[in-house]
Design a binder for this molecule. Structure first.
Ligand SMILES: *Cc1c(COP(=O)(O)O)cnc(C)c1O
Length: 340
């Protein structure tokens, strides 16, 4: 069997999760009549100490809706240049919301309050209006780097003083919280809106949640509908999400620890020029030139290990719940054979 480290999105529901889905009570969620979706939304809101939440098909949709509700056309969003909302959402910020991006050069995808302060534009007719700051936690392209609350607080203070909204792209937030030992309530208290993915490390097949104030979520419901995200008997998917939040959060530590083992193995390989600091379940590393990701990945595949290219000379491994300790040991062995 191949060891699939392409992404933590490749997981399939466990038998127990499938059982929960099979047993779900459902209704038409466009009429707010799906009890399981309602239960998931309530659960998510409570987790983050916010009044409301909305279940969406993807994290791209939750982020896009958040940008849409928080901004007007000709506003701008301030974020790190590695951000998913900038890199991997098809330029949707411009298409859906008519906003500009003000990109900061952070450290492994993390930005600081003084950078944000310097980026906020004065109110001139000829400039976009700085309206929203987006933090990504963990940061995918940053190699799974994460923020602590102490790092977030000064940014939050600044946003409040300057009248900017703060959104969290928390696709892999739980991989961060398992390391920092901070709570979802702590997070909820310091963001205007939060997006989390159920379909990444948490292991659900589909779905993300957007969490925020009641009026924010009321508007989000309209934008979800116009984006085509109003689902009917979505309770089957929501049941997987509830199961994931109940059973798959604490085990993320294992994924993070597995990634560290891979990172340590890569660190001493002569064909590797640099490994981004391994903080959670993502490992990104650069190859010595002239080695290309494409060729090296083909060799990994021959040996039963799948990973993805993150640039011409850059490779990404992601650990997840289908990856066992044995598979990590095998992966380390293959890494030593190919890159050692
Ligand atoms: C995966 C991901 C998303 C959302 O992706 P979808 O595939 O649309 O669910 C958003 N932000 C980050 C950082 C991600 O890694």
């Amino acid at each position: 069997m191949k060891i699939n480290l392409i992404s933590d999105t490749v997981t399939r529901p466990t038998p127990e999760m499938l059982q929960a889905m099979f047993a779900a009570e459902v209704g038409d969620d466009v009429f707010r009549a799906d009890p399981t979706v309602n239960a998931l939304e309530e659960k998510a809101a409570q987790l983050f100490n916010k009044p409301a939440a909305i279940f969406c098909p993807s994290g791209t949709m939750t982020n896009q809706i958040a940008i849409k509700v928080h901004t007007q056309p000709l506003d701008e969003v301030i974020c790190d240049h590695y951000s998913h909302i900038y890199q991997y959402e098809t330029g949707g910020y411009a298409f859906n919301s008519g906003v500009a991006m003000n990109l900061l050069q952070g450290t492994n995808g993390k930005i600081e309050a003084d950078q944000v302060a310097a980026a906020i534009k004065p109110l001139y007719d000829w400039l976009p209006v700085s309206k929203l700051v987006v933090l990504e936690n963990t940061c995918n392209k940053g190699g799974g780097s994460y923020y602590t609350l102490n790092e977030i607080l000064p940014i939050r203070d600044l946003c409040q003083r300057r009248g900017l909204k703060l959104h969290l792209d928390g696709a892999r937030l739980f991989n961060a919280l398992i390391e920092t030992e901070e709570t979802t309530q702590d997070v909820g208290d310091h963001f205007d809106s939060i997006s989390i993915c159920l379909s990444k490390g948490l292991g659900a097949p589909v779905g993300s949640l957007l969490i925020g104030e009641s009026e924010f979520i009321r508007q989000a419901r309209r934008f979800r509908k116009v984006m085509g995200g109003g689902m009917r008997q979505a309770g089957y998917l929501a049941a997987a999400g509830i199961y994931a939040l109940d059973h798959h959060v604490n085990r993320l530590k294992e994924d993070n620890d597995h990634a560290k083992l891979i990172g340590e193995t890569l660190e001493v390989c002569p064909l590797v020029s640099q490994v981004r600091p391994v903080k959670s379940n993502i490992v990104i590393f650069d190859l010595q030139t002239p080695h290309t990701a494409e060729k090296i990945l083909a060799r990994f595949e021959e040996k039963g290990v799948l990973a993805s290219a993150f640039g011409p000379h850059t490779i990404r491994f992601v650990t997840h719940l289908e990856v066992t300790a044995d598979m990590i040991a095998k992966t380390q062995k293959v890494i030593r054979e190919i890159l050692g």
